[in-house]
Design a protein around this ligand. Sequence first.
Ligand SMILES: *Cc1c(COP(=O)(O)O)cnc(C)c1O
Length: 290
Amino acid sequence: MSDQVLVTLDHKVRDADVPLLHADDLAVVRGDGVFETLLVRGGRALKLEPHLTRLVASARALGLSNPDLDEWRLAAEMAAEEWGAEREGALRLVLSRGRESGGDETAFATVGPVSERILEARRDGVSVLMLARGYSVDLSASAPWQLLGAKTLSYATNMAALRYAATFGAEDVIFVSSEGNVLEGPRSTVVITRGKTLLTPPPEHGILPGTTQQALYEVASGKGFRCEYAALRPADLITADGVWLISSVTTAARVRKIDGLVLPAAPLADEIVALVDLAIETTGTESAAV
Ligand SMILES: *Cc1c(COP(=O)(O)O)cnc(C)c1O
């Protein structure tokens, strides 16, 4: 039996070993849908509201019907609770356009274990390659069909970039735009530190707005950090005090090598990790300064 929880949007806990999708589901044949990935801790889905908000934005970008937030919230909470409080889990919310032959959209939530790769990235950091994304930072505004700000199910190129990096012994990737600006990781946001300033590329540059980065900014700005959005070049990463890949399930992975160049130990590394942890535990309604 697979180590997985499956909940459908009709709020039924299903047997995760029983097939759920039809062979003509547009998620399967076109990658036509959107998703979210959340960390489950203590039987709770962390930062559920910002993830639901982004799910709605992604669905809108693809012209899917407006997700019913109450239904999704309940399904996510059920899945997290069913997973239990003993260990962390990775919760995925998936919404596809449904079957090619018509009918309703396909919607479900799963929880599985946090992988060994993720535990290693948290503990040891990651070595990354900078790879060409192939588009300009201007594309997002002029080409909405590129879906650059949406978390879509079309991740084949993201996964291919990670496999390419792996052939060079790197565990992760930082994408660079055609004019040489730093964009994001295939599944994470790039944040750098310069003293007590945090910097990340602006979402208008065609990157996904990260819920974890946003939560970090809310908490860090109440703790004496300046939090800024700025165009970053690869040289800014090399000369930064610390470079981080930030995301919901991995939380914070320190970049220790870029294109083979070893970065010095980040001075505030422990503080950044603690801040990300605090940020994801803070619920949306609490003030970050409390
Ligand atoms: C999911 C993802 C992120 C991180 O978003 P979080 O909300 O922090 O998990 C960043 N970039 C890409 C491309 C992603 O798919």
